[in-house]
Ligand binder design. Sequence first.
Ligand SMILES: O=C(O)CCC(=O)C(=O)O
Length: 297
Amino acid sequence: MSTPSSPLSPSASPPARSPAVLSGRVRDSGFFQLPARPVFDAALVDDVLCGRLAGCFFKGFVDEATAGRIAANFWSHPALETRNDSVPAWVLGTYHYGRTLDDYLDRAAHARAALAGVFTGARHVFDEVMQALAARLGTRGIALRVARHGARDAAPFVMRSWRGSGDFALDPHDDGAQLRQRAQAGFEIQGIADEVPVVAMNICLENDGDGQLHYWNVEPGEADRRAFGLEETGYPYPVHALDGVSKLVVPVERGDVYFFNGRLIHAVQALGAGHGYRSTISCLLAFRDPQTVIYWA
Ligand SMILES: O=C(O)CCC(=O)C(=O)O
């Protein structure tokens, strides 16, 4: 998640006459679950990618020493950036949201060395997750690869620490709208069909506050987003528009790796007064076609 800052980017402000309540697709209780497991299980992630399950958490995937080392590498990295826009965060690497395609791909190429640097002296936990998932998908003849545009690769992941100061460190949003940004026409993620889950993957390296994941059982479609003026951003939905929508609130702890269908509205709770940081490595994944899953940040 990130924020548009250029004139090419859409406005994140809802129109004056946005409806009181957000409408969208509501799922049954068999789907709308975020089970937690003690051991990584790529079969569950496969279920999320295929739309059989909303999401899943794997507790303690990253040991304390590794998490601490990656977090330290993040905070001391010379390429660490502070965002002061409507999605305040510290960021290492880049993201496609709100950028023109050329700008994003240039940044992705430049970010590669910085991203490798976060694993100095530590397990490469991102590769571990992707290799386990690739092995699982491979048994079904499905390839897993980074998204691309011609010969240029997308950013494989981004590391960030949210620092919003209201009720949420990251406001309610959906991850589907960003596949429709006009400034990225032709990027292969734009070919992902509307009914295909867009799966957010997060690895939590530190969280010394609240920072729970709030996950609402509503998936806005294009018309629902349009009613709030959020066609290309999916961000931010006003909290009052989610009144009465059923919601899961799930603790996120250092060491967790978790996946969820980002087409449903979600947010990150504020850390709470006096608390420090909640830092994650993150990317999005989706079936591009029946034989290929792609990922990008
Ligand atoms: O940090 C999280 O748990 C969720 C992040 C998120 O919603 C996003 O990047 O769009």
